[in-house]
Structure formats: structure tokens, C-alpha cells
Design a binder for this molecule. Structure first.
Ligand SMILES: NC(=O)c1ccc[n+]([C@@H]2O[C@H](COP(=O)([O-])OP(=O)(O)OC[C@H]3O[C@@H](n4cnc5c(N)ncnc54)[C@H](OP(=O)(O)O)[C@@H]3O)[C@@H](O)[C@H]2O)c1
Length: 246
């Protein structure tokens, strides 16, 4: 897919799915803004990508930072065409009764309010159209032991996708549930030793390039029919359509 001339913002681009997506979309011609708290990491990746990449240190749990970053990217690129709400955390994994209330709330601030902040800042800048994709999870739809913070935040983010689509039918607003992906988040889940996902082997996870390819495809007209919906990479038909292995 050719993304020449497209202005793209990706949150959580300092590693994992966000980094892979930034590299792939820039290689396809897009201008890409990489947002994350680790400013050194995004600067390093943007430097490797080249002049089409912009690194912006940003904590998605702070609206003013998200708003400033999205405005800066739109100004720099001349248009804002794609926003990928990808930033997310799973730690601290703990049973609800043992959880630290502040730490539990911080996950909501990042995984749920961070997605709202991205949509809130981007939608007014996308009056001529555009695509907003939020990374969802099987945990949005399934209760998993010691993941109450994560499941709740992802369920809320999935509903935000539906609400934003209802209010903005002129935009392409979707969710992507990637399945399990070989990133730092899976190392953290494995280390917790809790629940069915921690029991998986590393080989069970798909590489970060797969959701990156899915996200690129979701920016194309071929995915128009999925506006307002969540796409799952566990779906064999979807994988085949994107050209990913079984
Ligand atoms: N890996 C999986 O199996 C899996 C499955 C389903 C869904 N997901 C979702 O996929 C997304 C990406 O995760 P990943 O697997 O690529 O994990 P990862 O490698 O741990 O990357 C998470 C990214 O989010 C960023 N981030 C975390 N908190 C942030 C904050 N407050 N502000 C800005 N950026 C923040 C991190 O950068 P900094 O720390 O530098 O801020 C990092 O770039 C997440 O939403 C995750 O929930 C992952």
C-alpha cells in the first residue's frame, strides 16, 4: 500500500507494535509522528527512519501533552490522516482485592483515557476525513484473572471506538484486536505467571509486523466496510485478506 503524503500519529511507538507500525508506514511513504514517554527511544527510531519521521515525547495520560503532540504533527505534516491509539500497559498484574488503587487507576489513565485523549484531540483536526484505529484486545471481551484493570480499560476503549464512530460517520474509526504479539508486554505477562496468557510459549505469539501490516491495510479502502468495528487478527478470513500466514 502506498501511504505517500499521509500524516500519521502513532502513540506508544518506542517499541513493539507501535515501533513496527511506524517503520512500516514510513517505508510506505507516510510522514509519521512517534509518541511515547521514552523520548530517547522515539528519537533513536525516528532518526533511523529518516526525514519522514518526527519523535514527540508524550505521556498519553496527560491531555495537554496529547493535544500538543497531535497539533504539532498536523502542523508539520500539513494534514492529519491517520491516528493509531496504540500506547498501553498491563502492569501491575494483581487480583482486584490486592491491587493498589492508584496503580489500577493509572492503567485506566493510559489505556482508556489516553485513547479518549487521542480521539478528542484528533477528531476536530480531521474534518476532511481520516482514520483512527485503537488497539484492542481479547481482554476487552473476556474477564481474565488479575487483569481487571486491563480488561476494564480495553472494554472501555472498545466502546469509545463505537461511540466515536456513531458521532463521526465521515471518519474511519476502528479497533484492531491483534491476538498475542511477541513484545515486551508478553515478557511482563510471562513473568507474572498468572492466567492462561502467561502459560503460552513465546512461539505462540505473532511478530509485531503482523499487526503493523493489519493497521496499514485498515487504512486502505479495502477495509472501509469495517468502519465502527473491531477486527480480530485471530480471524483466519481477515488474515487471508491481509496476506498474513495462517
Ligand atoms: N503484545 C500483545 O500480546 C498485545 C495483545 C493485545 C493488545 N495489545 C496492545 O497493543 C498495544 C501495544 O503493546 P505492545 O504489545 O507493543 O507492548 P509494549 O512493547 O510494551 O509497548 C507499549 C508501548 O506503549 C507505550 N506507552 C506506555 N504507556 C504510555 C504512556 N503513558 N504514554 C505514552 N506511551 C506509553 C510504551 O512507551 P513508553 O514506555 O516509552 O511510554 C511502548 O511504546 C497496547 O495497547 C497493548 O495493550 C498487545
Amino acid at each position: 500500500m502506498d501511504m505517500t503524503g499521509k500524516g500519521v500519529v502513532i502513540t506508544g511507538a518506542s517499541r513493539g507494535i507501535g515501533e513496527a507500525t511506524a517503520r512500516m508506514m514510513a517505508a510506505a511513504g507516510a510522514q509519521v509522528a512517534l509518541l511515547a514517554r521514552n523520548g530517547d527511544a522515539v528519537a533513536e527510531i525516528a532518526g533511523e527512519i529518516g526525514p519522514n519521521a518526527l519523535a514527540i515525547p508524550c505521556d498519553v495520560a496527560r491531555y495537554w501533552e496529547v493535544e500538543a503532540a497531535i497539533s504539532a504533527a498536523a502542523r508539520e505534516f500539513g494534514s492529519l490522516d491517520v491516528v493509531i491509539n496504540n500506547a498501553g500497559v498491563i502492569e501491575p498484574i494483581a487480583s482486584l482485592a490486592d491491587s493498589d488503587p492508584d496503580a489500577w487507576s493509572q492503567v485506566i489513565d493510559i489505556n482508556l483515557k489516553g485513547v479518549f485523549y487521542g480521539m478528542r484531540a484528533a477528531i476536530p483536526q480531521m474534518r476532511k476525513g481520516g482514520t483512527i484505529i485503537t488497539i484492542s484486545s481479547g481482554a476487552a471481551h473476556n474477564a481474565l484473572e488479575s487483569w481487571s484493570h486491563y480488561c476494564t480499560s480495553k472494554a472501555g476503549a472498545a466502546m469509545l471506538t463505537r461511540c466515536a464512530h456513531r458521532e463521526n460517520p465521515g471518519l474511519r474509526i476502528m479497533g484492531l484486536s491483534p491476538g498475542t504479539v511477541a513484545t515486551q508486554m508478553q515478557h511482563e505477562i510471562k513473568a507474572s505467571g498468572v492466567g492462561p496468557v502467561a502459560a503460552l510459549e513465546w512461539e505462540d505469539h505473532i511478530p509485531a509486523d503482523w499487526p503493523a501490516r493489519a493497521l496499514m491495510w485498515m487504512c486502505s479502502a479495502d477495509a472501509d466496510a469495517f468502519a465502527g468495528e473491531e477486527i480480530s487478527l485471530r480471524d483466519a478470513d481477515i488474515r487471508a485478506r491481509i496476506g498474513l500466514g495462517a
